[in-house]
Design a protein around this ligand. Structure first.
Ligand code: ATP
Length: 237
């Protein structure tokens, strides 16, 4: 069961010139939650996510990790605080093997980097691919390598941007199983478009529209919410 609040935003606002991409968002996430952020194109999900990952500084408001303000720290400092981030920008090195890619992340942790690498590969079910060159893998396999790289740093908070993007039906099922396993030991935020995927993994869904949170509830309730349905059908509110 989820525990204490570990991530919070307070009046979080991001303006790009005249556009308010994120508009005074108050958000709270409890330990061992798996929260999905959804919303139509341009709703502000990615901008909000980038504030959590330290890639963007908010115009106003603050992000708190376990009660400490962290806006302004940047992705590397956040990583050292135990935040694992997977963006849509590939971070793998194609000319290295799967093992080498993950080992480079694992060695930043204290302890046995080889053991850490194997553990991360097993967590995503690709230990059998460890000798393969990453450049020769399929898109779905590369996504799993990316996830193993994140896990090798043993994060307690994991932020994933569209982990199901471009995956086949079978790969999506596999990703569902992996994320369900991760939430046994970590807290997750997932930005995602794939409703089939969201239905299978999410407990609570937060819906963005025009920079605001317009709904936050268990996934089935959210999908039946007339306001949310209107937003997704593109009708005016
Ligand atoms: N760097 C930027 N400069 C100017 N405007 C931006 C920038 N990034 C985002 N925006 C604007 O902010 C708003 C929110 O965009 P954002 O990408 O956060 O939405 P989103 O919900 O993630 O959409 P999508 O699902 O299409 O990725 C949009 O109006 C977008 O055009």
């Amino acid at each position: 069961m989820p525990g204490e609040v570990v991530l919070e935003t307070n009046g979080l606002t991001v303006r790009f010139g005249g556009v308010t991409a994120v508009d005074r968002v108050d958000f709270a996430l409890r330990e061992r939650e798996l929260r999905c952020l959804i919303g139509p194109n341009g709703a502000g999900k990615s901008t909000f996510f980038k504030c959590l990952t330290g890639m963007l500084q908010p115009s106003d408001g603050q992000v708190y990790l376990r009660g400490e303000p962290v806006s302004g720290l940047g992705p590397h400092r956040l990583a050292r605080l135990g935040v694992g981030i997977k963006t849509q920008v590939p971070s793998v090195m194609n000319g290295l093997s799967v093992h080498e890619n993950v080992w480079l992340a694992a060695r930043r942790r204290s302890g046995d980097a080889n053991a850490g690498t194997l553990q991360a590969l097993e967590a995503v079910g690709i230990a059998d691919l460890r000798r393969e060159l990453v450049g020769q893998l399929s898109h779905g396999q590369r996504q799993l390598v990316e996830l193993a790289i994140v896990l090798a740093a043993k994060p307690w908070l994991i932020l994933l941007d569209e982990p199901a993007a471009g995956l086949s039906g079978e790969e999506v099922e596999r990703m569902v199983g992996i994320l369900r396993g991760l939430v046994e030991h970590a807290t997750l935020i997932v930005v995602e478009h794939d409703m089939h995927f969201i239905r299978q993994i999410a407990e609570t869904v937060t819906v963005f529209h025009q920079g605001r949170v317009i709904a936050q509830a268990p996934v089935e309730d959210v999908l039946e919410d007339p306001l949310v349905r209107d937003v997704y059908l593109g009708r005016s509110l």
